[in-house]
Design a protein around this ligand. Structure first.
Ligand SMILES: [Fe+2]
Ligand SMILES: [Fe+2]
Length: 536
């Protein structure tokens, strides 16, 4: 006995009770869901209520005939299979029906064999169409997944700022796209993604567990006993496995230890993709459907792209470190003969970054100012040592020579775009808001903001530091002099907005000074002479 077909439904419309009931019995043996109608009107109501896959209809019927019924159905659905049962004297309707796209017609009186032949053809057509729809859906999901991952790569490639800060965001975007099965949240993505970097010793390995939740991606937990990798094995070729729930687990010790570990955590691993390239692992698991080579390719794509981003990020970081190191070395070389040694340049950078942050600078710009401000006095390399170390006041000529350090500094730094801030602060850090500074006597906003910030930071640090011609002042006195003035320094020298941020940061400024305080000066460097600070 053949089991009735479950996935395809049939509507049979026939006005003759005897014919309808007889045929209904035959249809119910073949299909699980059979609906019946007495005429075209009733058939149309049934069609609208149940949307069957196949409609079998007589032609001549009261209220609404089979042609009108077919036309109405076609207006709603062009895919439904329509089989018309017709007597010889109805054949003049056939042209109309064929134009309406009926699948088959079967002559009355109905024979089961002929109707069965038509039904079999319809079932095959419907199943092919459903399969083709599913494939098309899967292809769209695949395209969406591929595009989502490519988009993340494109975003990373288009970034003009160093990737270091945004590496994690880029990686998270890719992981989210994969977990969503294409970014639309509609695809059959995995439930869990685990990524590990630097697999080797337990200490160096960094395992992360991601799951898609309504709030985004979560790193669920770190492993208690992460599976370690035999270093002798780490140089092997990349490995890619697709393992479905009924497949034997490959004899890969790392994969087996990982699966055991996941099982201990309470998850039942099934349908997974495992990719390992050296010490980098990505494993996606618990897909709702069987994993395919397509899923494997997606995981490999993500792993390779994240590896690429990581390498790129490491290289950028190395370049940035070298850049920072070079700037600091140059600044140290320049201050070798100056009394502003110790941590002066470090503290001034820290003050600048704090003030810039308070004034709303983006973090990346505040960080650039922190580093590049170290070069503000680099021009002192051209100032004679005897002037730099001279105790007491300088003569007018000596003062002119000292003031030249701003111009020399800008010349040394040059006009490379990466050193634009350094160049600005070197040239303008002795300009004053009220126009009484040098080298150009610029005032207010004609002085670059970075230099206005540095001016406050540099003055505060000079007040706090001991010189051959002055003792170190404590925070309260230094702060008071900047905010209220004394015989040399006036609040009008500073940008009021910068000064406001400086005031708001009072305790932070003091804390920075203490944190980066210079080592105590040796006896031969101890303060001597009259206290007349800050002469440049
Ligand atoms: Fe200076
Ligand atoms: Fe300075």
């Amino acid at each position: 006995v053949r089991k009735p077909i479950e996935d395809i439904s049939v509507l049979y419309v026939e006005d003759e009770d005897r014919v309808r009931e007889g045929m209904a019995c035959f249809l119910r043996n073949r299909f699980e869901q059979v609906y019946l109608g007495n005429n075209g009107r009733e058939g149309l109501d049934m069609y609208r209520r149940h949307t069957p896959d196949i409609v079998i209809t007589d032609v001549r019927m009261p209220v609404m005939d089979g042609v009108a019924l077919t036309r109405n159905i076609r207006n709603q659905d062009t895919d439904v299979c329509v089989i018309v049962t017709t007597a010889y004297n109805d054949t003049h309707h056939l042209i109309d029906l064929i134009n309406l796209g009926i699948s088959h017609y079967v002559m009355k009186p109905l024979e089961h064999g002929k109707l069965n032949h038509a039904l079999t053809a319809c079932v095959s057509t419907i199943r092919n169409r459903k399969r083709s729809d599913e494939l098309q859906d899967a292809t769209s999901v695949a395209y969406r997944s591929i595009n989502a991952i490519i988009d993340c790569g494109e975003m990373a490639a288009n970034q003009t700022v160093p990737l270091n800060g945004s590496l994690e965001q880029n990686q998270n975007n890719m992981i989210e796209a994969l977990l969503c099965g294409g970014g639309g949240g509609s695809g059959p993505g995995p439930e869990i993604l685990v990524m590990a970097n630097n697999i080797g010793t337990a200490e160096s390995t960094d395992w992360c567990w991601y799951e898609l939740r309504s709030t985004g991606i979560h790193c669920k937990y770190c492993y208690r006993e992460p599976p370690a990798l035999n270093p002798a094995n780490s140089g092997s070729d990349p490995i890619l496995y697709c393992v479905n729930v009924d497949d034997p687990l490959p004899a890969d010790p790392l994969l087996r230890r990982f699966i055991g570990n996941v099982a201990v955590s309470g998850e039942r691993p099934r349908n997974l993709v495992w990719y390992r390239n050296g010490s980098h692992v990505v494993c996606t698991l618990n897909y709702p459907c069987r994993v395919t080579p397509f899923d494997a390719a997606m995981v490999k794509g993500l792993a390779v792209q994240s590896l690429y981003l990581k390498n790129l990020s490491n290289q950028i970081q190395a370049t940035e470190d070298a850049f920072a190191y070079t700037i600091t070395s140059l600044a140290r070389a320049a201050e070798a003969n100056d009394e502003d040694t110790g941590n002066h340049i470090v503290r001034v950078g820290e003050f600048c970054a704090a003030i810039a942050g308070r004034m709303g600078f983006p973090e990346i710009d505040a960080a650039a100012l922190k580093l590049q401000s170290r070069l503000h006095d680099v021009g002192k390399i051209h100032v004679p040592v005897k002037l730099l170390k001279k105790p007491g006041r300088l003569t007018n000529d000596e003062m002119q020579a000292m003031r030249g350090h701003t111009l020399f500094g800008a010349r040394i730094i040059g006009d490379h775009p990466r050193l634009e801030i350094a160049s600005k602060v070197a040239l303008y850090h002795h300009e004053r808001w009220d126009g009484s500074g040098y080298p150009y006597g610029l005032s207010t906003t004609r002085i670059p903001l970075e230099a206005r910030i540095l001016s406050v930071a540099d003055t505060y640090d000079a007040l706090r530091s001991a010189r051959s011609y002055k003792p170190a002042y404590d925070h309260d006195l230094a702060f008071h002099i900047i905010c209220n003035g004394d015989d040399r320094t006036r609040p009008e020298h500073f940008d009021p907005e910068v000064l406001r941020a400086f005031r708001e940061l009072e305790s932070t400024i003091d804390a920075i000074y203490r944190r980066f305080a210079s080592p105590p000066i040796s006896p031969d460097q101890s303060p001597r002479g009259v206290p007349c600070r800050s002469r440049s």
